[in-house]
Design a protein around this ligand. Structure first.
Ligand code: COI
Length: 356
């Protein structure tokens, strides 16, 4: 109950006040785990419903070596962020979208999932319990990582008999080591991230393990990350390992359509709406890799990366540069509107933020 006492008064257990910030260096946050005070846990059996979750001190969890998630990858994750406003209140960005996406993923992975209300309430409780870890305005955000996993023991291939929903958080800054500077991508044409009928369109943990080999090879050559092509024609853009991609030509912004092999990013969806509201024409369609050659700008979107400008893309040994040293004008405009909205600096006409 430490978080409750913390929220009211000076806390005996952690000797801090809720309004106080954790004693860390806030100026240079990257995207790495900083352990915080509490995590949220809720369990349910196969065929049952999640009912009562609780906060516990952040720490290691116990799993049977035969747990479904460890043996057969029966697991999903989500990512969302909380921002501290100038008045000290906290804003969540579209948490119900993450809840819905987790429910869709759970259906694909044969798992029970928390209801939208349970998910959102659990996120709120976890963030409030870790309030001192939400960075000061302008210094970053609190990254919230909900997990859903088959935690029960199975040996033969089957859905696990028990499931755990867990949320932990960490204060974060920029995702890429480049910070807000443009990233350099390489198009991967041998390895693929997803196949039609597979699980590319849900946020299952295995999708992310599958990109590590190409990503490591790209990083060893000095690239920031890998851009994937569709595995059938090897011709159409799909997504980057950790984010969605957008290509700008004049007033038209194109992005690969959601068709089961691409993650339906919440930042992607939000940027499409923001771009349309700013007068751009947005096309969700098949985007041939050749369109990269004469694009004005390319940028990536994701919860972790927010909006990240692409400085160059290398395809079959040819490097295509975009701009010189920073955001292209379109990415800058969209980034600015989205982040000001997320931080509560402009009117939230979309009704996307949830204030705590
Ligand atoms: C996110 O952007 O929240 C993600 O889940 C991507 C992850 C690789 C950091």
């Amino acid at each position: 109950l430490c978080y409750l006492f913390c929220a009211l008064t000076k806390c005996v257990e952690c000797s801090s006040e809720a309004s106080e910030l954790a004693d860390i260096e806030w100026d240079n946050l990257g995207f790495g785990l900083l352990p915080t005070d509490y995590m949220y846990m809720m369990k349910c059996s196969q065929g049952g419903n999640f009912s009562k979750g609780e906060l516990q001190r952040f720490g290691n969890i116990e799993l049977n070596p035969s747990a479904g998630v460890l043996n057969y990858g029966q697991g999903l994750f989500e990512g969302l962020k909380a921002y501290r406003k100038e008045d000290g209140n906290i804003l969540l960005f579209r948490p119900e979208e993450n809840a819905l996406r987790m429910r869709q993923g759970a259906e694909r992975m044969c798992m029970p999932a928390p209801t939208v209300d349970q998910f959102v309430e659990a996120v709120k409780e976890t963030v409030l319990a870790n309030k001192r870890w939400v960075p000061p305005p302008g210094k970053g955000s609190l990254y919230i990582r909900p997990l859903l996993m088959g935690s029960g023991a199975v040996l033969g291939l089957a859905p696990a008999p028990e499931y755990t929903f867990l949320i932990y958080v960490s204060p974060v800054g920029n995702y890429f080591k480049e910070g807000v500077a443009p990233i350099n991508l390489i198009v991967e044409h041998e390895l693929h991230r997803a196949t039609p009928g597979g699980t590319g369109g849900v946020k299952t943990i295995g999708n992310y393990a599958a990109v590590l080999k190409a990503q490591s090879a790209a990083k060893a050559k000095g690239y920031s990350d890998v851009l994937y092509l569709d595995c059938v024609h090897k011709k159409y853009l799909e997504e980057v390992s950790s984010c969605n991609i957008f290509v700008v030509k004049g007033n038209v912004i194109s992005t690969p359509a959601i068709k089961g092999t691409i993650l339906p990013g919440i930042t992607r969806k939000s940027i499409i709406d923001v771009a349309r509201s700013q007068g751009f024409q947005v096309e969700e369609r098949f985007v041939p890799v050749d369109e990269l050659l004469d694009a004005d700008e390319v940028f990536c979107t994701g919860t972790a990366v927010v909006v990240s400008p692409v400085g160059s893309i290398t395809y079959k040994g040819k490097r295509v540069p975009y701009g010189v040293d920073g955001f292209g004008a379109v990415a800058q405009q969209l980034y600015s509107v989205l982040t000001r909205l997320q931080m509560g600096l402009i009117d939230d006409k979309m009704n996307w933020t949830v204030e705590l």
